[in-house]
Design a protein around this ligand. Structure first.
Ligand SMILES: Nc1ncnc2c1ncn2[C@@H]1O[C@H](COP(=O)(O)OP(=O)(O)OP(=O)(O)O)[C@@H](O)[C@H]1O
Ligand SMILES: [Mg+2]
Length: 335
């Protein structure tokens, strides 16, 4: 991972901040061997407070996972990064792998979609939860074993789960075990990237409830990426909508879902099936823009029913607690 842009003057390694996650002007490029470059994240600002529950939604390929990987310092070496990411006050991008290592698992942890791939099939569950605590020098082996039992209870699993192998657990149990692993070193931020996609709907709801509960009881900031809008409604107080590598809307979940301000959010919600509402399914016309070509102006303009001349210039996020990046909103505002 290469850091390409200068850090802002206030971005000093080790500096403490009030928010547990501060992403500012984040850009990520994936550089291909042929010289082309996919500009996957194109200037994201995101500040998350301790204990805040944020749901991130947006079409496939809009940069949600890339943003999280950048925040965790987990991008591949052929990626270039600009802007800044502060996790629990630590500048993640300042010193490359060194600063990323300093925050990973101890300040921020991540739960992926496939719980099975996050666990090593040849080790017992308890060892996999305990090992990070020992490796990071947080606890002795005996203390880590004790803490593992507490963590298993915290995520709703019997303590005997420690002696079992991952393949002996159901999908929901495995995801709970992975959450316990993620919490082992007491992070302040938990990134959950489609944590329930591989599970049945009942277990999805249980895992969603568990994550929300953990955020509340532990004061953990939860940043959850999902295509499941119901999950965001249930678990997140705040909803962030991304499109083509940028945040286009950000606000209280109820407001974003019931009174979306950006045309993209509006269409995304209309394209979401609702079981008990008798309306035809709609899709958003067109496709997201190519990320390996420059995007000028509003990236959504080509698909937007409200596009007009001003959209040739990239819109900024505007509003107070509920912000959206759309020139049409600026026009609506009284003079
Ligand atoms: N390792 C990689 N190498 C090259 N391009 C990548 C890589 N990872 C992601 N990309 C590109 O970056 C863009 C954003 O991808 P990303 O996985 O972040 O999207 P996403 O919003 O998480 O999508 P999804 O909802 O499908 O998970 C896509 O165009 C993708 O092809
Ligand atoms: Mg993704």
């Amino acid at each position: 991972m290469k850091t390409v842009a200068a850090q802002p003057p206030e971005a000093i390694a080790g500096e403490t901040t009030h928010s547990v996650l501060e992403v500012a002007g984040l850009h990520v490029w994936f550089d291909a061997p042929d010289g082309r470059s996919a500009h996957a994240v194109r200037g994201v600002d995101l500040t998350v407070a301790a204990g805040e529950r944020v749901g991130v939604l947006g079409e496939s390929g809009c940069g949600k996972t890339t943003m999280i990987l950048a925040a965790m310092g987990l991008l591949p070496s052929f990626a270039s990064v600009g802007g800044s990411v502060f996790l629990d006050g630590i500048d993640v991008l300042a010193r490359g792998e060194q600063s990323a290592r300093a925050v990973r698992w101890t300040h921020a942890a991540m739960v992926f979609q496939g719980a099975m791939s996050a666990m090593n099939p040849v080790y017992r569950v308890g060892k996999q939860i305990a090992d990070p605590m020992v490796v990071h020098g947080q606890r002795s082996r005996a203390q880590a074993r004790q803490r593992t039992a507490e963590l298993l209870e915290l995520v709703g699993l019997p303590t005997s789960t420690a002696r079992r192998y991952p393949h002996e657990l159901s999908g929901g149990m495995r995801q709970r075990a992975v959450i316990a692993m993620a919490l082992a070193c007491e992070p302040r931020v938990l990134f959950a990237d489609e944590p329930t996609t591989a599970l049945d709907v009942v277990v999805q709801a249980q895992i969603g409830d568990l994550l929300a509960e953990l955020a509340d009881t532990l004061g953990l900031a939860l940043v959850m990426v999902t295509h499941d809008i119901g999950m965001i409604a249930e678990t997140s107080a705040r909803a962030v909508v991304m499109y083509a590598g940028v945040v286009v809307e950000d606000g209280p979940t109820f407001d974003v879902l019931t009174a979306p301000r950006h045309p993209y959010t509006r269409l995304l919600l209309e394209a979401t099936p609702v079981v008990n509402r008798n309306r035809p399914l709609v899709s958003i016309p067109g496709t997201p823009p190519r990320l390996d070509e420059p995007i000028s102006g509003c990236a959504f303009a080509a698909r937007c029913p409200q596009a007009f001349d001003a959209c040739a210039v990239r819109p900024r996020l505007t509003g107070d607690s509920h912000v959206a990046a759309c020139h049409a909103l600026e026009q609506e505002r009284p003079a």
